[in-house]
Design a protein around this ligand. Sequence first.
Ligand code: AKB
Length: 326
Amino acid sequence: QMSKWDSHETCSLPSPQDKPRVLITGDTNIHLSLKQYGTENVILTDIKKPAPHVFSNGPFVYADVLDYKHLRELIVTNGITWLVHYSALLSAVGEANMALARKINITGLHNVLDLALEHCLRFFVPSTIGAFGPSSPRDPAPDLCVQRPRTIYGVSKVHGELMGEYLHHKYGLDFRCLRYPGVISVNTPPGGGTTDYAVQIFHDALSTGHHECYLRPDTRLPMMHISDCHRATVEFMQTPESQLSLRTYNIAAMSFTPDELAQEIQKHLPHLKVTYSLDPVRQTIADSWPMRFDDTNARRDWGWAPAFGLEELVADMLRSIEDMRV
Ligand code: AKB
């Protein structure tokens, strides 16, 4: 469809800072970090039925990121000013279904980027450690370096970073992107990622006491607690444009291996047994990703600082899973 951007206008409407109206695709948990804006101002969307508590925390609407007209209707009808776009297939599941990953991660992204331009929205999409590849510097990976990922997930994320920055420089789109480490959360079950073991191990530790890990014990990857990840996203979205020297930033919190994570959990649950049965697909992916992230620019430009290290992460995950079980 033709949008006004076909006539090369630029986005001149300032995005309101104080009370944005936010549309979120594909993540029904970040709304808790946005509750300062009023639950009625944050609309969650997905194609999957969310957990029951989501319905009591504000509006939830079925929306498919491939349905451009419906998304446009939601933006117009609800006076949306910020669009936070999480819908995506993750790395391992993307390798198993390349065509679907390309559709959701690239076509879906084009839809929301076009809509963000058309309606002058502040636009956020996460990128990832998966946007780097075997030829990138891995310890640490800086913001700007060679990015030649070998997964469709990584390729789609680099494409997103570049498309958004292009639309920012050419048309003034208020594009914002953070490269997330592996995100560790109780509420989000493992969903086809390479870093999933670092969530599953907690559930296994508290149920059977045995975790079979598909990565080598010495595979080091950057990781982050979900609450740090959501806080980073909200703080970044609130940062005035004048403070941003980049539009895509790495954010870091900790880096660990399966063996180090197991040892930290064993301080609480000494009976935990971890065995290793490698998945060659996920091991190859992990071996191509950064071991550590350099987030100097995020710290300098908008004050990023994580609250959770490995010790705090483990204590919090075990406590939260136990709370859910009673
Ligand atoms: C994955 O493992 O695919 C994701 C990621 C690191 O982007 N968790």
